[in-house]
Ligand binder design. Sequence first.
Ligand SMILES: C[S@@+](CC[C@H](N)C(=O)[O-])C[C@H]1O[C@@H](n2cnc3c(N)ncnc32)[C@H](O)[C@@H]1O
Length: 218
Amino acid sequence: MSGDLTDWIGRLFRDPAMAGMGHAQRVADLNLGLGWVYYGLARLLRPRRVVVVGSYRGFAPLVLARALADNAEHGRVVFIDPSLVDDFWTDPKQVAAHFAAHGLTNIDHCRMTTQQFVASEAWRSLNDIGIVLVDGYHTEAQARFDHQAFADKLAADGCVLFHDSVRERVSRIYGADKAYTHTVKRYMDALRTDPAWQVLDLPSGDGLTIVRRAGNAP
Ligand SMILES: C[S@@+](CC[C@H](N)C(=O)[O-])C[C@H]1O[C@@H](n2cnc3c(N)ncnc32)[C@H](O)[C@@H]1O
């Protein structure tokens, strides 16, 4: 254990950005919302490796990293984000300091798109991934790309979590002139027709879909 979890959540929510971006958090009762799913799955599965694609200020990578630290099995989070919303993820020292302010040194940030990451040595050497959280560019095509990038690297009990996945809506997060429609849901609907995958929607906040390979338990 890395210190009291309730105190840690209180510290996390001192940053107002950690209560936003559609994870159904509530500051008043220190409620992580969908973060409990990220934390609980990571405690349950005890993965060696977790991958997070995209985060505004690091809520999901931080909660997952905290769970891996609490597991005390040296698990690490690979966090892929090219910093396309603003310059928050551009300076490696500031990124490390941001995570260290929350007591965490087990997040490896790669400042690149998933398309660039799959061409890297870091991608080639990744395996046995317990959780992939996809929260990057929210189109059907990118969700498919992010899924396929890691599908063959999942652990036998591994899960892929897609955020912003239960409804379509227009986002202006990349600027008013770069508005686009979230269409991750279309990829979820396609996966539902594929017997190779199990698919479960949680409609809280901006929604989360949990995807696992179908078939016998490992
Ligand atoms: C802001 S978060 C998502 C927050 C929120 N769920 C929303 O409504 O968009 C999206 C992050 O994905 C990153 N991103 C965009 N395209 C990406 C790509 N192709 N690969 C990896 N990350 C990407 C952006 O840099 C951004 O920080």
